[in-house]
Design a protein around this ligand. Sequence first.
Ligand SMILES: NC(=O)c1ccc[n+]([C@@H]2O[C@H](COP(=O)([O-])OP(=O)(O)OC[C@H]3O[C@@H](n4cnc5c(N)ncnc54)[C@H](OP(=O)(O)O)[C@@H]3O)[C@@H](O)[C@H]2O)c1
Length: 263
Amino acid sequence: MGARGLRAVEIAALRRGIELGLTHIDTAEMYGNGAAEEVIAEAIAGWPREGLFIVSKVLPQNGTYDGTIAACEASLRRLRTPYLDVYLLHWRGRHPLGETMRALEDLVDAGRIRALGVSNFDVADMDEARSLLRRHPLACNQVLYHLRERYVERALLPYCRQHKIALCGYSPFGTETFPGPATAAGRVLGTIAARHGGRTTPRQVALAFLVREAPLFAIPKAALPEHVEENAGALHLRLTETDLREIDQAFLENRSSGDLPMG
Ligand SMILES: NC(=O)c1ccc[n+]([C@@H]2O[C@H](COP(=O)([O-])OP(=O)(O)OC[C@H]3O[C@@H](n4cnc5c(N)ncnc54)[C@H](OP(=O)(O)O)[C@@H]3O)[C@@H](O)[C@H]2O)c1
């Protein structure tokens, strides 16, 4: 498929997702060097803005006070939207965190973003970010979280629960490595899916697990409309205590220690 055809499929996938209730749209200035934000602008054109939840991110190399403000304005221009629902620092970089946080707070005051957050921050970095904020709370931390990478459950999840900060898991399928029926753990997902009947799939079971409690969210990426439809099916799936326990056991060894992993 050519670049134009691919873009049309991606736009169709985004629109299908929005129709099905997948209204949380995650992007960043980094993705395609701004091109992803332009594709999103095309997909959401004509859709009531208040029905969408748009998140973008500033690159750490732009994380000075002026750089953050300018990066946000450029994202708003590319997205053709007057405001972002959340704006995140993509990961911690060399610029003083206080400058980035001050810029994010000023962007909230100016009505350019509704809330501010971070991405790829472990507990100590979150503590530091929160200590630097004067007027607005840290609303979100976006981190790598999938069944084979459960590091965030150790300390970040309890921390975010305590401080009422959304913990948004990215790469929820582990990108290309979703556990299939050739593995014991993959078969557990298949058994649970079958128990829920209908057209429930292992990927839907995985997504439902990853958003099983507040303040967890997941942001699967899908460029194909049929993938979007399958993922949207997870919105209505409620796992039982037994399901949760079985998944927990099947993927138990995947709470890695060490540093917060990044995708
Ligand atoms: N903050 C950060 O540092 C950071 C880092 C990485 C990612 N992210 C965010 O997280 C989002 C998701 O992460 P990701 O793209 O790394 O991983 P992912 O969502 O776990 O996996 C995406 C892959 O899964 C495929 N897929 C999706 N739904 C499927 C389905 N129902 N059946 C079969 N395959 C399916 C997609 O295929 P198709 O595309 O062909 O449908 C794509 O190849 C990104 O778009 C980005 O917004 C953030």
